[in-house]
Design a protein. Structure first.
Ligand SMILES: Nc1ncnc2c1ncn2[C@@H]1O[C@H](COP(=O)(O)OP(=O)(O)OP(=O)(O)O)[C@@H](O)[C@H]1O
Ligand SMILES: [Mg+2]
Length: 460
């Protein structure tokens, strides 16, 4: 006898003790663990305690018949999957069909052919085992799929997180790059202005001494000349009959004209010397190095000294009419600001205006209206002042106007413009002075830049 296989438990249900005996003995001999039941009810009860691997079920039984027993087995989750083989008489083919439709896997016919019983039992046990293995594998696979799906989702969200971190970092980096560019730009401009300031200060200093010298002495010279002329007149009156040598010399020198013109020459020299003193004063104003502190400043002085520096570009030039500067200054208080930086803004705006007008003039050398730069200042309210630098040159088309304040934006040829003037100017006005710099432009009015700044830093 073969040892019982725990997965080969067979329940035989038959009301005929003879059949039961023969079948159980045979299967027992074949090495199966055999349980028996005489009717459907007790078969169902037995399945409660030990679930068999296969059931051989008679159809015709007292009490509940085989069909009903099968139906109840199939209704219970614990017993639903047990393969059921019906045992029917040869003649009862209708039973076979019904049994199969109720969920039976097979049938065997009475009287039993032992080989056939064994073959079918073995086949269905094997199928059942295979089915179970398959179901388990399926479950395992399903779990694996779920695990993989979860891993994939985690990976995807990690990926997304990574992507958004990369994007954020990129944004940070490009911001840093932008800041660096700005800082560089400011440094370059700052250095440029400092160098210009130094140069101007040096020139002003060098001119200052000799001009003071001239200015101081021209008055004395004037007095002395007056005295000498007076003396000459007196001589002429006292000695109308001069010697022939003197008369010849007087004629030679055109003494009459000399007496008349010399005071005029001296007056011109005085005016010239005063002009030069004015220029030197402007140069000194312009180059005044501003410290880290803001200080109260006369804005008009800053504008005037900048205009003075640019004077040569405003005058009539070989192929170009002069640019007229109209000043419309309001009654400004002293403004608490950083004068060096503000002069830099005036310089940028005025140079831009001159460039625009020159460019316009180069296309139309005799325009219907002569080129004008209008500079107006006004008190806006008790806290703010406004400075407007306008020119009647070309208007700036909308797409260009949007980019004016971007660093490196220029419409000028390479080597002429760096495209930094306005971006620096806006930074100086907005960030250093807490003000605003705006551009308005229209074909009818030309272009104007409007600065608004608080008249004292720290208060608005
Ligand atoms: N008054 C103006 N009229 C017409 N266009 C102007 C005027 N001011 C500025 N622009 C335009 O704005 C552009 C940018 O000006 P911005 O001062 O920033 O640079 P730039 O003058 O080209 O070069 P940079 O000032 O660095 O030498 C100019 O190239 C010009 O096209
Ligand atoms: Mg410029």
């Amino acid at each position: 006898m073969m040892p019982a296989d725990p997965t080969r438990n067979i329940l035989i249900v038959d009301d005929n003790p003879n059949n039961l005996g023969v079948l159980s003995d045979f299967l027992w001999d074949m090495g199966f663990e055999v349980l028996v039941a005489r009717d459907g009810e007790s078969a169902l009860q037995k399945t409660q305690y030990a679930v068999p691997d296969l059931i051989l079920l008679d159809v015709m039984m007292p009490g509940i018949d085989g069909f009903e027993t099968c139906r109840r087995l199939k209704a219970q989750p614990a017993t639903r999957d047990i393969p059921v083989i019906f045992m029917t008489a040869l003649s009862e083919s209708a039973h076979k069909v019904k049994g199969l439709s109720l969920g039976a896997v097979d049938y065997i016919t009475k009287p039993f052919q032992q080989d056939e019983v064994l073959a079918r039992v073995k086949l269905h046990l094997k199928l059942h085992t295979l089915n179970q293995t398959l179901a388990e594998q399926n479950l395992r696979l399903q779990r694996e799929v779920e695990t993989r799906k979860a891993a994939e989702a985690a990976l995807q969200s990690l990926n997304q997180e990574l992507e958004s971190r990369v994007a954020a970092r990129t944004q940070e980096l490009s911001q840093a790059l932008e800041d660096l560019k700005q800082a560089q730009v400011q440094m370059v401009q700052g250095e440029k202005m400092a160098a210009l300031g130094q140069l101007v200060a040096g020139i002003a200093h060098e001119i200052n001494n000799p001009i003071n010298f001239i200015h101081g002495n021209v008055n004395h010279a004037d007095t002395y000349v007056q005295d000498l002329l007076e003396l000459l007149t007196l001589y002429q009156a006292e000695f109308p009959q001069a010697t022939p040598t003197i008369q010849t010399k007087a004629q030679e020198l055109d003494a009459g004209f000399l007496q008349e013109d010399l005071p005029k020459v001296l007056t011109s020299m005085k005016i010239g010397a005063n002009r030069i003193r004015g220029i030197v004063q402007s140069l000194r104003n312009f180059s005044r190095i501003s410290g880290p502190e803001s200080k109260p400043v006369n804005i008009h002085e800053g504008i005037d000294s900048t205009l003075m520096i640019l004077n040569s570009r405003l005058k009539t030039q070989p192929n170009q009419v002069a640019i007229e500067v109209i000043k419309d200054y309001g009654d400004l208080p002293l403004v608490d600001c950083y004068p060096g930086q503000l002069n830099q803004v005036f310089m940028n705006l005025l140079v831009n205006a001159i460039d625009a007008l020159e460019d316009h003039l180069s296309q139309d050398p005799s325009p219907p209206t002569s080129p004008i730069i209008r500079i107006s200042t006004a008190v806006m309210n008790e806290h703010q002042i406004t400075i407007c630098i306008a020119n009647n040159g070309p208007s700036i088309p909308e797409p260009i106007r949007k980019q004016l304040f971007n660093p490196f934006f220029t419409t000028k040829p390479v080597g002429k413009g760096t495209g930094l003037g306005l971006s620096i100017s806006r930074q100086i006005i907005a960030e250093i002075h807490q003000g605003s710099l705006q551009c308005h432009s229209s074909p009818a009015q030309g272009t104007e830049f409007v600065i608004q700044i608080p008249n004292s830093q720290g208060k608005q």
